[in-house]
Ligand binder design. Structure first.
Ligand code: SAM
Length: 443
């Protein structure tokens, strides 16, 4: 007889917030395994079942026990509050099973039963704080180094995410919430709304709506989730609300679209609008290099090239993406462009400019080597993710090779002969552009 393991998330606590499937999985089970507090929360569903209670630190024991019981042919529910896949037992259980040689094809079947996680349960009690982009971060440094946690808080703060903090504080971990507050205050106003929800949908439920600069002084414990608003979140009539963004497009929630905006299509400042805005800036400001534009908008050069390539209205700048399967072809093609100027940027910021002949290139495995009597330059070709033709009318004509993050790996530029670009080289460059560009806007 083959056993079965249900990994059951039973929601925040109250039975009425448990899913129908969670209840039926427990009802179908011979054995229910869980942390002592969780077992108490579902005690009314346990009549006639074998119950295995484990302490908080015995997580792996719970997984092993579930597997052992299933091997005996029993149906087992391993239970967890909220969603068992969110900071829950689903991950460790699969790790234990896979380490023991189990695979999804094994006769012991495993099924995850999702539940309402703490962030949605807590949000429902304070209004609608999560109706725009949000992220969750656990402040527990029991298994995660603090530098990793701090980096995530910093990134979330910088990117203006609404932040849900799980495991914000315990008897021993009291400083992490103070540090989190410090990091977020670098990016958010001191009066940013914060909801501190303790024991949502349980007997000791408690809700505090406070400001970010008050957060760490509040009553926060092991069973608390903290929801920190983004720069648009507000509190009105005792409700914490994060706008969906309707005000960006409409005059009022039910009113007409604002000038230039249309229902059902991206905002004027959606992706296309953002690209158009960058091109407009380039059009209005002659003489800018790609690097200067990138610095002005705080984006990598690859993003500037994407924006320029998306239209024909970036003033003196033109660009086109080179099809991904044609990257090597472009290196071969530039051998007919004569003497080139190569620009290579080191990670730490040093910029080298090298005069070379394209036939000096040698490709060896992952490396594109440029070897002359004067220098050897080795470019890690495996880092090159995409390439763009880019030119500024009569000023520069070249190819930019960028990495996955959009940073320039190296650039090849045509050189002038006697102060002019030769017609022959230009014709060859333009022919390569037409042949290899994914969408050509070069005329
Ligand atoms: C190990 S995590 C488990 C999360 C759970 N699997 C879930 O999806 O909600 C424990 C943390 O979840 C949050 N939490 C769980 N139940 C909660 C509740 N009823 N009210 C508020 N926060 C809760 C707290 O931040 C707590 O420190």
């Amino acid at each position: 007889m083959s056993g079965k393991i249900y990994l059951v998330g039973f929601g925040p606590g109250a039975e009425e917030h448990m899913s129908y499937k969670a209840k039926s999985a427990i009802a179908e089970s011979d054995v229910v395994i869980g942390y002592t507090t969780y077992i108490k929360l579902v005690k009314d569903l346990l009549e006639g079942k074998e119950v295995v209670r484990k302490g908080m630190t015995e997580e792996i024991d719970r997984c092993i026990e579930a597997y052992e019981q299933a091997k005996l042919g029993k149906t087992v529910s391993l239970i967890s509050s909220g969603d068992i896949g969110v900071y829950g037992m689903a991950g460790p259980t699969y790790e234990v099973l896979l380490q023991a040689g189990w695979t999804p094809e094994h006769e012991i079947k495993v099924e995850i039963v999702p539940g309402s996680t703490a962030l949605s349960a807590c949000a429902s009690l304070v209004g609608a704080p999560l109706t725009h982009d949000f992220c969750s971060i656990s402040l527990s440094d029991l298994l995660t180094p603090w530098t990793v946690i701090a980096k995530r808080i910093e990134a979330a703060g910088q990117a203006d995410f609404v932040v849900a903090l799980y495991n914000p504080k315990s008897g021993r971990r009291t400083q992490q919430i103070v540090e989190a507050q410090k990091i977020l205050l670098r990016h958010r106003r001191p009066d940013t709304p914060v909801a501190i929800v303790k024991s949502a949908y349980r007997r000791r439920q408690d809700i505090q709506l406070v400001r970010l600069d008050e957060m760490s002084d509040c009553d926060i414990g092991m069973l608390t989730t903290v929801l920190i608003g983004n720069s648009s979140t507000f509190i009105k009539a005792g409700l914490m609300i994060t706008p969906r963004g309707y005000a960006n497009k409409y005059n009022s929630l039910t009113g007409d679209a604002k000038a230039g905006e249309k229902a059902g299509v991206s905002l004027t400042m959606g992706l296309e609008g953002w690209y158009a805005c960058l091109r407009q800036y380039v059009q209005d400001n002659d003489g800018l290099t790609l690097e200067k534009i990138a610095t002005y908008f705080s984006v990598p050069v690859g993003e500037v090239l994407n924006a320029i390539a998306a239209g024909n209205d970036a003033g003196e700048h033109k660009a086109a993406l080179i099809a991904a399967d044609k990257l090597s072809e472009v290196v071969t093609a530039c051998q007919s462009w004569g003497r080139l100027r190569g620009i290579v940027r080191a990670e730490a910021g040093a910029v080298s400019e090298l005069f070379l002949q394209a036939e000096d290139f040698v490709q060896r495995g992952d490396w594109l080597n440029i070897e002359t009597d004067a220098f050897h330059c080795h470019i890690n070709w495996s880092k090159v993710e995409s390439a763009y033709f880019a030119c500024r009318e009569s000023k520069s004509y070249g190819v930019n090779f960028v990495d996955a993050a959009g940073h320039l790996v190296f650039r090849l530029l045509l050189t002038k002969d006697d102060g002019e670009f030769s017609a022959e080289k230009l014709a060859s460059y333009q022919a390569t552009w037409l042949a290899l560009a994914e969408v050509s806007n070069h005329d």
